[in-house]
Design a binder for this molecule. Structure first.
Ligand code: ATP
Length: 559
């Protein structure tokens, strides 16, 4: 039943699916792979020397190099203007590209137009499978590397990944170029196996086949494309074996399976296979990563001058002047909608100010990408949890350590001991961050499975992993009981004793009064009062605008 052709088509289907996997893993949906494959196939077929003259293997190797170069170059050129597009918009743009390629190739004389192009058949099942193993190996080694984790983090929460110091644009582009190279590889292998290639081999249906293979197989594990391709290729064989020739059965069943997988098994068939979880390395003494030199106690860490942020007609932040000093714990309080979150989004570079200047650790924040602000030593948690839900607690913290760890992917490919050493150090560092917030035992739990209080603590551990100078905590005690809030208060005090500067936004006023050296009160986007806890709590305007009002609300979270 399984012929040589079937074996080759399973391998080719899986390689093509890997080109979708390459971007799905970073949360991107691209349909341009058929276009990359087509460009690569026709260019390689036209340029590769005659195998009768130079031998089959050298000819195939030359074709592969040409195809992968063409595929990745096309992806780079298409990626540069489209990488800012998200989800369905990227799918539409890339689909448009693939369709344009098909029409251009159809109308060229050198490609043979609709008649297609004759290509020598030099691909053997053995070579097809060796190449598949190499491609699978690449993605297998990539997944647990710093780069692989960053891609998954982007898929899980792009904004949080940026705040953790991941250069999202560069990572998305490199995933896209990888997809182009792998699609180009597929195009070449296809061309040098089927004898006659035509533009229709790389049409919309081919792209959808590749996507279905990747989605059905699953994008969470590298074997997914193989499972998907095995299913897609073997189904017609099983049909033939059973004597059912109807051509509609395969597309119908794969459509049905796609539906079932999306509804019941979002991780694809591969998610049925248990995944080996990273285990924390026990910390041997203090972490050797990071060790950032913080400014001298009392030095200015951040300066905001006349900062305003408008959303349409809403003045979320209005003319704020503020300085943060090294080693300070500064509290930021105010009624709901006062502009607290907007202010920290401004300080971390997530939103640009409408006017005014913000300088943090020497960086002009309004003009600097978020990941560079993070690299300068700014880290934060989010008011509404922005954990990477499908990653474990340990993996979340490892992404937090992105800026203080070294890239390992290329060294992992060659099993270099230095990569293993770097990984051990990163794991120990992550374990010590988890231990610092009291989550030492929870490292291998999925972030989304943690209790609410533990999720808040995990966000702090992830933020700490970048070894920040300025740590911004946005309502870290929300949902915590008094005991947990007290422990959090102690943690904040101990972090400040280590030299960190902390900006704490919190509605638990009792905790803010106990923990902070200085407090800023915002109201309607403006600074209503600044001072020590005693000064602020005795300020009549503050009591009127915030403290009193909250008491009337009956809120019991003032401590
Ligand atoms: N992206 C946005 N688009 C439009 N308006 C916004 C946006 N972000 C914030 N705002 C508005 O800006 C004002 C300040 O909001 P912000 O979330 O900063 O307040 P906050 O003090 O953090 O409130 P809370 O305590 O409820 O979190 C609100 O009126 C809010 O509706």
């Amino acid at each position: 039943m399984i012929t040589d052709s079937t074996l080759v088509f399973i391998a080719l289907g899986a390689i093509f699916a890997f080109s979708f996997y390459a971007v799905l893993v970073a949360g991107q949906l691209s349909l341009g792979q058929a276009g990359f494959a087509s460009l690569a196939a026709f260019t390689a077929a036209a340029l590769t020397p005659d195998p009768d003259q130079i031998g089959d293997l050298p000819a195939l190797l030359i074709a592969i190099v040409i195809g992968m170069a063409v595929g990745s170059a096309a992806a780079l050129l298409l990626g540069l203007p489209t990488m800012h597009l998200r989800r369905v918009f990227l799918a539409i743009a890339t689909l448009g590209f693939a369709e344009a390629v098909r029409i251009v190739i159809l109308n060229q004389s050198w490609t043979g137009g609709a008649n297609g192009m004759n290509v020598p058949k030099i691909l053997t099942p053995g070579i097809a499978w060796v190449i598949l193993v190499v491609v699978a190996y690449w993605f297998w080694r990539m997944a647990p590397s710093r780069y692989g984790r960053a891609l998954v983090a982007i898929r899980e929460d792009e904004l949080a990944a940026r705040a953790m110091g991941v250069d999202v644009g560069r990572h998305r582009l490199s995933a896209f170029v990888t997809a182009g190279a792998v699609a180009g590889l597929y195009g070449v292998l296809w061309a040098f196996f089927v004898r006659l290639i035509a533009p229709e081999d790389f049409n919309f249906a081919a792209a959808i086949d590749g996507l279905v293979t990747a989605v059905v197989g699953g994008s969470t594990l590298f074997v997914g494309p193989l499972l998907g391709s095995g299913f897609q290729t073997l189904l017609p064989e099983v049909q033939r074996w059973l004597g059912i020739e109807a051509g509609w059965i395969r597309p119908f069943l794969s459509g049905l399976l796609l539906l079932v997988v999306i509804i019941f098994l979002p991780g694809g068939l591969a998610s049925l296979i248990p995944r080996r979880r990273l285990v924390p390395e026990p910390a041997e003494g203090p972490s050797t990563l990071g060790r950032r030199r913080h400014p001298e106690r009392g030095d200015v860490v951040a300066t905001l001058a006349g900062v305003s942020k408008e959303y349409g007609g809403v003045h979320a932040v209005e003319g704020v002047d503020l300085q943060l000093h090294s080693g300070d714990v500064l509290g930021l309080i105010g009624p709901n909608g006062a502009g607290k979150t907007t202010l920290i989004n401004l300080i971390t570079g997530l939103v640009p100010p409408s006017s005014g200047t913000i300088t943090v650790l020497g960086v002009d924040v309004g003009r600097t990408p978020v990941h560079r602000v993070a690299a300068a030593g700014v880290s934060r948690t989010f008011q509404h949890s922005k954990l990477f839900g499908r990653m474990t607690a340990l993996e979340n913290v490892l992404v937090g350590a992105h800026q203080v760890t070294r890239p390992t992917f290329l060294r992992r490919l060659f099993w270099l001991p230095s990569a293993r050493r770097d990984e051990r150090r990163a794991l120990q560092h992550a374990a010590s961050c988890l231990a610092r917030v009291g989550l030492a035992e929870r490292g291998s739990a999925r972030a989304s499975a943690l209790s609410y209080g533990d999720q808040r603590r995990l966000e702090i551990a992830r933020a700490l992993a970048s070894d920040p100078t300025l740590l911004i905590l946005d309502e870290p005690a929300a949902g915590m009981n008094h005991v947990e809030a007290d422990a959090l208060s102690e943690l904040i005090t101990s972090l400040a004793a280590d030299g960190l500067t902390i900006l704490l936004i919190e509605h638990n006023v009792g905790m803010v009064l106990r923990t902070c050296d200085r407090i800023v009160v915002l109201n309607f986007g403006e600074v209503l009062a600044t001072g020590t806890p005693a000064e602020v709590s005795g300020n009549a305007a503050v009591v009127e605008a915030y403290l009193g009002r909250r008491d009337v609300d009956g809120a019991d979270d003032h401590g």
